[in-house]
Design a binder for this molecule. Structure first.
Ligand code: IPE
Ligand code: IPE
Ligand code: MG
Length: 234
């Protein structure tokens, strides 16, 4: 059996999520501005997304910009938004080959009208694709939970169930992530998928995000398959 076939044989991963960290340090190590780290980060993201497709993973979630990342210098923030805008233009042009349902996680109001419309149009136009790409952009796990609670209150809820709250999150309809990978060496969650991560397997690697590729992802999948998931049982 080939490696790819062997991996597919196992209990399938239904949802994988990435904290794509380390772009800035990757650039610094090369004497480049942080913005270039983000550019190479986009290349890594494309490679990893393609590899997730090859591995048959139906839902991919990435953390691209957090609610806390607005603290960064304006120049860097602008360059991240510009990179996203470019990615979206490419997505729009090549939607057939991307063949993904795109969903944004996060409040879109801080972005300009044109960007917001583009985001919303892509969400609408890609809605029929089965594979899902969730992009956390102005995303924070706490913000998401508060946003969901407020939406439920606005609908008249007085009490809510776990299922109702799950269904009001940005990831509504997606299974919880099986595996969350953080690159860049830090051992923390940084406000990512706080609710959904309840029973996710966590994988941390020192590899900086722009250096993360198919081989690193396969190593993480290998490790994942050695984990025993008990969900509180024995
Ligand atoms: C992750 O890389 C990308 C974003 C947070 C937008 P960083 O920019 O955080 O890179 P480091 O952690 O400073 O190396
Ligand atoms: C997490 O990385 C956010 C994204 C990858 C978008 P950060 O670089 O913002 O996280 P901290 O500040 O190290 O916790
Ligand atoms: Mg970082």
């Amino acid at each position: 059996m080939t490696k790819a076939a062997e991996i597919k044989e196992r209990k399938p991963i239904r949802h994988i999520a990435f904290i794509m960290d380390g772009n800035g340090r990757w650039a610094k190590k090369r004497g480049l501005p942080r913005e270039q780290g983000h550019q190479f980060g986009v290349k890594a993201f494309r490679r990893v997304l393609e590899h997730c497709r090859e591995r048959g993973i139906p839902v991919v979630t990435v953390y691209a910009f957090s609610t806390e990342n607005w603290k960064r210098p304006e120049k860097e923030v602008r360059s991240i938004i510009r990179l996203m805008d470019r990615y979206l233009s490419d997505f729009e042009k090549n939607m057939e080959s991307y063949a993904l349902r795109l969903r944004f996680m996060g409040d879109k109001t801080p972005f300009d009208e044109k960007m917001r419309q583009k985001m919303e149009k892509l969400e609408k136009d890609s809605v029929h694709y089965k594979r899902i790409l969730n992009i956390g952009f102005n995303y924070g796990g706490r913000d998401e939970i508060v946003h969901a609670c407020n939406a439920l209150i606005a609908q008249g809820a007085v009490q809510v169930t776990e299922q109702e709250l799950s269904d009001a999150l940005y990831t509504a309809g997606c299974p919880d992530p099986d595996l969350i990978i953080r690159t860049g060496g830090d051992l923390r969650i940084s406000n990512f998928l706080l609710w959904q991560a309840a029973y996710a397997e966590l994988y941390f690697t020192d590899v900086l995000w722009p250096d993360f590729g198919p081989a690193e992802l396969d190593a993480a999948l290998e490790e994942f398959y050695t984990r025993q998931r008990r969900y509180g049982g024995v």
